[in-house]
Design a protein around this ligand. Structure first.
Ligand code: NAD
Length: 264
């Protein structure tokens, strides 16, 4: 524990359970004194998110389906009323119909494409705009991406295309908000077994492949992504914006299977 985030208030979007990347980042910033609010999607998740929020002394827990403008307006209106100002936002939300997270990308129907891009990409700009309006002393916006934005990864399909658009959004939002002292960055995390990841076809294969071939010969931990999140949300990174920061045990530098890696 420390005081790096003392006096700073942040909204965490995307906690589903204690394995969520959003929760790993929330824990890391709370341990440094940050004051937190949470949004969740759907009633079923409320009973999971409330106790987690309580464990970091937060009682601001708001419903927000990011595909609804009314939900977004309502959540940020409550936050504006309770807090007035905001210092940071964590957007750890992604969704694609898992029926299309296998097979060929080229077969993605229009509806599934639009839904994936809406929830996984547009929502960052939509939330970022509302959050930045409450950041009168500057701030930091953070989202989560994956290597599938940059390179082909089996089964990632429309999510890869959505993440590519999300990473481009980071750059455009950084330029939009830079003059106001609001920074915008992404963490490109290595594969972690979460609820969202379980929707991706053959996810265990991806985990094993990364473990065997990453320079560090292991997979990244939730705490490591939490630590990187703390850095990007804290005053340690005041000179950093528009960045996609890889937290993946180095896997993104690899161009070929490691000769010592076992066959899968
Ligand atoms: P998770 O399932 O714990 O979190 C995903 C969250 O998205 C959930 O809380 C879910 O409720 C939320 N969500 C989905 N649709 C929503 C909607 N319409 N409105 C509001 N919230 C909605 O899984 P996670 O792995 O922690 O995912 C968090 C982020 O990290 C995602 O953007 C994911 O793509 C990204 N990511 C994950 C990995 C991985 O391997 N797990 C790797 C790189 C990036």
């Amino acid at each position: 524990t420390g005081t790096l985030m003392q006096g700073r208030r942040g909204l965490i979007m995307g906690v589903a359970n204690d394995r969520s990347i959003a929760w790993a980042i929330a824990r890391a910033v709370a341990a440094q004194g940050a004051e937190l609010a949470f949004t969740y999607q759907g009633e079923a998740l409320e009973k999971r998110v409330r106790p987690l929020a309580a464990s970091v002394q937060s009682d601001i827990v708001l419903p927000c389906d990011v595909s609804s403008d009314e939900d977004m307006d309502r959540a940020f209106a409550v936050l504006a009323e309770k807090w007035g100002k905001l210092d940071f936002l964590v957007h750890a939300i992604g969704f694609a119909d898992k029926q299309f997270l296998r097979g060929r990308f080229i077969d993605t129907p229009r509806e599934a494409f639009l839904q994936a891009l809406d929830i996984s990409c547009y929502s960052f700009a939509a939330a970022g705009r509302r959050a930045a309006a409450m950041m009168r002393e500057g701030g930091s916006l953070l989202t989560l991406s994956y290597l599938g934005a940059e390179k082909w990864v089996p089964h990632y399909n429309v999510m890869g295309v959505a993440k590519a658009a999300l990473e481009a959004s980071v750059r455009y939002m950084a330029a939009d908000l830079g003059p106001d002292g609001v920074r915008v960055n992404a963490i490109s995390a290595g594969p972690i077994k979460t609820l969202a990841a379980s929707g991706i076809g053959d996810f265990r294969y991806i985990l094993k492949w990364n473990q065997y071939n990453a320079p560090m010969q292991r997979n990244v931990t939730l705490d490591e992504v939490g630590g990187a999140g703390l850095y990007l949300l804290s005053p340690l990174s005041t000179g950093v914006t528009g960045e996609v920061h890889h937290v993946d045990c180095g896997y993104h530098v690899i161009g070929m299977k490691h000769p010592d890696a076992p066959d899968l």
